[in-house]
Design a protein around this ligand. Structure first.
Ligand SMILES: [Ca+2]
Length: 405
């Protein structure tokens, strides 16, 4: 991992981490800053222009100064330079790396070498932006994307190939096969689309260059970047991994279930007991990990995810029931008191419910009464549209499995 030119910086950084005084650490960071830019073979190997050695801002400025009248060419050059600019020169990144190593007992040279090889990815910034203002939410359109024949066929094949693991996961965690199958299908079509971004690039971009224009989530991505190092760190229990080799989505989610590094560390399980957790290749590990995740977020064995509901006619009653959004807050009796009508089975529901509204663009919204299990699915991805797509895809697959029995 570490190459010869890095030794000087490495020695200093190791000394910094051994030291307990912040003054010493700051001095060493300053010296390491001077050493690191010239000692990054990975950065040099992928560099094709001198501009890319400057910081993104400087590179953009330089490109503009050279070609003041050819702004489009300059912009393209600046983009390319930013694309290739590494994080090796940034003192905030180096400080972060040293802190991550200190907090987790990791080799600082290993952390810094990986961080310095991370690259800013403009497409990551583009994908993290919310849809344009005025884009109406549309459950019917959302559903069509995920509950469609190709994904259902893939789900049926996945279920048949892994039924033993699915039943075992239900036995241990209480989460039925159709929910696990629904999640893996919506996430990646059973491993077909696991993402081609380097996880470290995605996380570094969102941790250190989170775009203005939407709620700043850089703290979340800094935590996840830290967790990537924890995930890849070799221990006596597992062999570890190369943080530069992990691939995933634009947000840094990995494998068939698209777990963020923090979730890998907390909830992934070695379900086939082969001594390693593999969320890319082992369907068993994926199934066990998804079921474990939902169980950890309050899945209730044997409880449905939602009931049909006729919303109150009175607008103020309806508004009141919608206030807590997807958080189960009302008993079935309270639903009735406010004029929401539930089927007989739901009226006997032992637990709290949420009135979930799914907008359909200009058409009338759809509603369901979500249980604690509906809410548990939204802990996987914080969206009622997501949860409903998972449920509907899983049920569509289950119908085909049952029909063929
Ligand atoms: Ca395994």
């Amino acid at each position: 991992m570490t190459t010869n030119p890095m030794r000087a910086a490495r020695k200093l950084l190791l000394a910094a981490c051994a030291s307990t005084t912040t003054t010493a650490t700051a001095t060493v960071i300053a010296i390491a800053l001077l050493l690191l830019p010239a000692s990054m073979p990975a950065a040099a190997a992928t560099t094709t222009s001198t501009a890319s050695k400057a910081s993104p801002k400087k590179a953009k400025h330089a490109a503009k100064a050279k070609k003041p009248k050819a702004s489009r060419i300059a912009a393209a050059r600046a983009d390319a330079a930013k694309d290739e600019a590494s994080y090796a020169q940034r003192d905030d990144v180096i400080r972060f790396g040293i802190e991550v190593a200190e907090r987790n007992g990791l080799d600082p040279a290993w952390v810094l070498a990986a961080l310095s090889a991370a690259r800013y990815q403009p497409s990551v910034v583009k994908y993290i932006m919310p849809p344009p203002a005025g884009t109406a939410k549309n459950w019917a359109a959302y559903r069509e994307r995920f509950v469609e024949p190709r994904r259902i066929r893939a789900g049926v094949a996945f279920w048949r190939a892994n039924e033993g693991w699915l039943l075992r996961a239900e036995d241990i965690y209480g989460v039925p096969p159709e929910i696990v199958v629904g999640i893996i299908g919506v996430e990646t079509i059973y491993g077909e689309q696991m993402g081609n971004f380097r996880v470290i690039d995605a996380l570094a971009t969102l941790a250190f260059d989170f775009p203005a224009g939407r709620k700043d989530r850089s703290a979340f991505f800094r935590d996840e970047l830290e967790q990537l190092f924890v995930q890849c760190h070799a221990t006596s229990e597992h062999t570890g991994c190369d943080p530069l080799a992990q691939k995933g989505s634009f947000a840094g989610a990995q494998g068939m279930p698209q777990f963020m590094p923090g979730s890998v560390n907390k909830y992934a399980v070695d379900f086939d007991a082969d001594g390693r957790i593999d969320l890319r290749e082992s369907s068993a590990d994926v199934i066990g990990s998804v079921a474990h995740y939902l169980a950890a977020f309050g899945w209730q064995r044997g409880q449905p995810t939602r009931y049909e509901v006729a919303v109150p006619v009175d607008a103020s009653d309806r508004a009141l029931l919608l206030v807590p959004d997807i958080l189960p807050t009302f008993s079935a009796a309270q639903f009735a008191e406010h004029g929401a009508r539930l089927p007989a089975e739901a009226q006997r529901h032992d637990g709290l419910l949420a009135l979930v509204e799914l907008q359909n663009g200009d058409a009338a919204p759809s509603y369901v009464a979500g249980t604690a299990n509906f809410y548990a699915i939204t802990r996987y991805n914080w969206s009622s549209y997501y949860a409903m797509a998972v449920i509907d895809l899983g049920e569509a697959v289950k119908r085909q499995i049952d029909a063929a029995r």
